[in-house]
Ligand binder design. Structure first.
Ligand code: G3P
Length: 250
């Protein structure tokens, strides 16, 4: 099976209604082939509904996080069932900002991911090492540990609803993009882990996308690597440049 390229735009806690509406209008008007690349944008929770109404067919909307329980006294949280209720089919989970700033453990991210699949929501499952871990030669240990936590709680068949986003923490928002070779090596390592731990089929079919300072000028080279199936874009997804990244992935 050939893996359909995937380009995600993670707006994080940026933008207001006027700016984001304008941005999505620009994406809608751009001539991109959404048949050859799957495009998903993740606005702040407050703007999910209006932007979902606005985004043209072929551009899906994701949440940036969700709570693992269906309902209850969890002030400030949103459940996966509520996301599904408004017609959402994607959620980003385990972003390094959630893992570090909000102390989400490997186990919690895995639990949230399993809960999302149960709620029929597909997951952009983020993993990645810090600079200290990379310099300490711990990249493989970290990404396999994060992926293993998920492999423990989901079945082989569930992986078709997961896109793995490899986002080295040192490359996020720093302008220090991983070289295509460094990114490719880690993606291959993750794919090999899936082959060994889950199955060869899951390894072949699972999309592994790269995130960390992806821009119009480097997207093509990254996406040309055999094990890089697209990008998860932060800063550049807030600019018309996002369209160039989608075109590079097509
Ligand atoms: O989720 C996307 C991300 O963390 C990368 O952000 O700004 O480096 O593209 P950025």
């Amino acid at each position: 099976m050939t893996r359909k390229l995937f380009v995600g735009g993670n707006f994080k806690m940026n933008g207001d209604l006027e700016q984001l509406t304008k941005l999505v209008h620009q994406f809608n008007e751009a001539d991109v082939d959404v048949e050859s690349a799957e495009v998903v944008i993740a606005p702040p929770a407050l703007y999910i509904l209006p932007l979902k109404e606005l985004a043209r067919k072929g551009i899906s909307v994701a949440a940036q996080n969700a709570h693992q329980l269906p309902a209850g006294a969890y002030t400030g949280e949103i459940s996966l069932q509520q996301l599904k209720d408004i017609g959402l089919n994607w959620v980003i989970l385990g972003h390094s900002e959630r893992r570090t700033i909000f102390h989400e453990s490997d186990e919690l991210v895995a639990e949230k991911t399993a809960a999302a699949l149960k709620a029929n929501i597909q997951v952009i499952f983020c993993i990645g090492e810090t600079l200290e871990e990379r310099e300490g030669n711990k990249t493989e240990e970290v990404v396999t540990r994060q992926t293993e936590a998920l492999a423990k709680v989901i079945g082989e068949d569930d992986w078709k609803h997961i896109v793995v986003a490899y986002e080295p923490v040192w490359a996020i928002g720093t302008g220090k993009v991983a070289t295509p070779e460094v990114a490719q090596d880690t993606h291959k390592m993750i794919r090999n882990f899936l082959a060994k731990r889950v199955s060869q089929k899951v390894a072949n079919d699972t999309r592994i996308i790269y995130g960390g300072s992806v821009a119009g000028k480097n997207a093509q080279e990254l996406c040309n690597q055999p094990d890089i199936d697209g990008a998860l874009v932060g800063g550049a997804s807030l600019k018309p440049e996002f369209v160039d990244i989608i075109r590079a992935a097509e």
